[in-house]
Design a protein around this ligand. Structure first.
Ligand SMILES: [Zn+2]
Length: 304
């Protein structure tokens, strides 16, 4: 298939009339949050922990009991000294998403869990004023949190892909966001996590046992089920699928390396995500999409 033509878009005029909506239950100015340091981000997580109720950050009720442990673990990872202990959790951590427990294993997943359970989407949210920017903000947060002058430049350890799905649950809209399992030199950890996650996909009913250790993705990158950035978001959604309007769900995958700064600690200023950083679902994810009742076209990158 031919690639879509590359078109230069006047980004400033495109987003001028669409200021970014506030995030996290209307309490955080996203434009300001893109400039936060690692310490600002940690302070923010502490504030969410202190005010999780509807008048505060409105963390999903079942998830509130995991908030302390998640934020404490993020502090531990940020203060550790090696790539492995900055990214992969030192001990098993099971967190609640609504009433279901999930084992999450990387700092990318911890930060994604906070984004996925804190507040609903604003009522007038669309891709340009909310969904693209909040996915980019998620990437900025984990990039800042993995920047540590005592280890390799964090850029080497960025996850290759991030996926966000948004969907209607009851009368509200939520996001779920996470990343691939990555980190250069961390393959043993990544592989162990991927195998565990594949078993969770099977236990959830999304993946038949007959697909264990198989991939629908052709060489040269035939990653197995459980690796993709979609895995955690879609497992979360599967756990509450009865309450979700599945046909309303939309999503996209992005390559963070194509829009994050490529220099250590360089400032990030949000400009609308160019469609060239978006990626369609891989063959494994395309297989899972209908099992969730999602519409495949809602997950294809727009070609404007
Ligand atoms: Zn995939």
């Amino acid at each position: 298939m031919e690639s879509p033509p590359v078109v230069d878009i006047d980004v400033d005029s495109f987003i001028k009339d669409q200021p970014l909506l506030p995030a996290f239950n209307g309490k955080v100015d996203m434009t300001a949050a893109f400039k936060w340091s690692k310490y600002n981000i940690l302070d923010f997580f502490d504030k969410v922990t202190a005010q999780p109720g509807p008048r505060g950050y409105n963390v999903e009720a079942g998830a509130q009991k995991s908030l302390d442990a998640v934020v404490t673990t993020i502090h531990t990872l940020v203060n550790s000294g090696t790539p492995q202990t900055s990214i992969f959790l030192p001990n098993q951590l099971d967190v609640f998403y609504y009433t279901t427990k999930f084992r999450i294993e990387t700092i990318f997943e911890l930060v994604g869990w906070i984004f996925s359970v804190t507040g609903f989407s604003p009522p007038n949210a669309n891709r340009n004023n909310y969904y693209y920017p909040i996915a980019a903000l998620y990437c900025v947060f984990w990039r800042r949190l993995t920047e540590n002058s005592t280890i390799d430049p964090p850029i080497k350890h960025d996850p290759n892909m991030v996926q966000m799905t948004w969907f209607k649950v009851g009368s509200d809209w939520r996001i779920c966001i996470s990343s691939t399992l990555d980190g250069i030199g961390l393959k043993p950890y990544k592989d162990a996590t991927q195998l565990r996650r594949q078993d969770v996909l099977i236990a959830s009913g999304l993946l038949p046992q007959s697909m264990k250790n198989k991939s629908l993705v052709p060489t040269p990158n035939p990653q197995m089920f459980g690796h993709c950035a979609e895995t955690i978001p879609w497992l979360y959604i599967k756990s509450i699928l009865k309450s979700v309007s599945a046909t309303s769900a939309e999503g996209f995958a992005v390559k963070p390396k194509l829009f994050l700064p490529d220099k250590y600690q360089e400032a990030y200023v949000y400009a609308r995500l160019d469609y060239r950083v978006l990626r369609p679902p891989c063959e494994n994810c395309a297989y899972l999409l209908p099992k969730l009742g999602f519409k495949a076209p809602n997950f294809e990158p727009p070609t404007y």
